[in-house]
Design a protein around this ligand. Structure first.
Ligand SMILES: NC(=O)c1ccc[n+]([C@@H]2O[C@H](COP(=O)([O-])OP(=O)(O)OC[C@H]3O[C@@H](n4cnc5c(N)ncnc54)[C@H](OP(=O)(O)O)[C@@H]3O)[C@@H](O)[C@H]2O)c1
Length: 313
């Protein structure tokens, strides 16, 4: 397949490294990371789960979208953070970059609405991935955890065709993946897990084990989960054992720092608007009260705001 990876961050770089084994991969990034790969000619892929490191030679590297004007792809993988989706999709449209299929890998809610707004005629496919990736230094990507990716079609006459094709391609290059009919179930489950682990670890500055070990958190975890279960139920999704699942995931990933905690440590914007923020918005629409999610949302937003204000002196 001829694939454009739009957004060469952690997950985009990891996907580019694997997919380039069997596909014609184009990479669009920005900043030092893409420059380093361009200068050296290769990306370093470290698989932390098997202690290996390899050079992945990538030739179609772009640091400016203008260089891709008018190009066509079999599929465009949108790998930016949720809050950068609109600007990326606008740039793609402005530069007449075309594809019959767009894949969205973001966590959270509200992604398909943005996709729908910008991509009227394309097939839209969603992926929920349990892989973990990060960039420790420019030009290097850590594949920190190998997990399954669930791929499902959202819109378009050929959405299932593309979803199956992408799942097959991912499997071929060594990334376990499954086409699923009910991707909404996977979106909500991941949302529920992230809505507890991410903000609580970020606010408290603790590793994932804090979710399991801090007993004072338990009533809050329970309330967040109940609210999400009620919102999900109104959307036709059953998340009846969410609380146990969240605790189990936190137990299994006990030594990890959640992505939101890492963002807060780096003083970066988080994806909270698409996680707890989205639950609050959907709750309002569906007439479900979500006070705990709302409080958590405001706390994380305040934490983000604190990066730009001198308040500790
Ligand atoms: N990392 C993971 O393990 C993981 C796992 C599951 C799901 N996800 C999801 O995948 C999405 C991406 O996460 P990530 O961790 O890969 O984030 P990330 O490391 O921040 O990668 C996003 C990349 O896109 C770049 N970008 C944004 N707008 C761009 C534009 N207009 N043109 C070119 N490049 C642009 C960003 O550049 P700047 O840095 O300059 O902004 C950044 O390099 C998130 O929604 C996340 O929830 C990630």
């Amino acid at each position: 397949m001829k694939i454009l990876i739009a957004g060469m961050g952690s997950i985009g770089s990891m996907l580019a490294a694997y997919l380039s084994r069997n596909n014609e991969v184009y990479c669009l990034g920005r900043g030092q990371h893409i420059e380093k790969i361009r200068d050296r000619g290769y990306l370093i892929l470290r698989k932390l789960f098997q202690n290996t490191e390899e050079r992945v030679y990538l030739s179609n590297l772009y640091a400016s979208i203008s260089e891709l004007s008018g190009k066509e792809f079999d599929c465009i993988f949108i790998c930016v953070k949720a809050y950068d989706l609109k600007s990326m999709l606008r740039e793609i449209a402005d530069k007449s970059i075309k594809s019959p299929c767009f894949l969205f890998i973001q966590n959270g809610l509200g992604i398909s609405e943005v996709a729908r707004e910008f991509l009227k005629d394309a097939n839209i496919v969603r992926a929920i991935t349990n892989n973990g990736a990060n960039i420790p230094d420019p030009g290097v990507v850590n594949h920190a955890g190998l997990g399954e990716t669930y791929v499902g079609g959202l819109y378009g006459d050929e959405k299932d065709y593309y979803s199956k094709l992408i799942a097959k391609e991912l499997n071929k290059v060594g990334l376990p993946a499954k086409h699923v009919e009910n991707i909404k179930q996977y979106i909500f489950l991941k949302l529920g897990i992230n809505a507890v682990i991410n903000p609580l670890t970020a606010i408290l500055g603790v590793k994932n084990k804090g979710i399991v070990e801090l007993q004072w958190l338990r009533p809050i975890i329970k309330k967040i989960c109940i609210e999400i279960m009620e919102v999900a139920k109104k959307e036709g999704v059953d998340l009846s054992n969410l609380e146990e699942i969240v605790l189990e995931v936190a137990r299994k990933t006990r030594e990890n720092k959640s992505s939101m905690l890492q963002d807060i440590i780096k003083g970066k914007r988080t994806e909270i608007d698409y996680i707890n923020g989205a639950i609050v918005r959907l709750g309002r629409e569906l007439n479900v009260k979500t006070p705990f999610n709302e409080l958590i949302y405001y706390l994380v937003k305040a934490r983000e705001e604190s990066f730009t204000k001198i308040i500790s002196k």
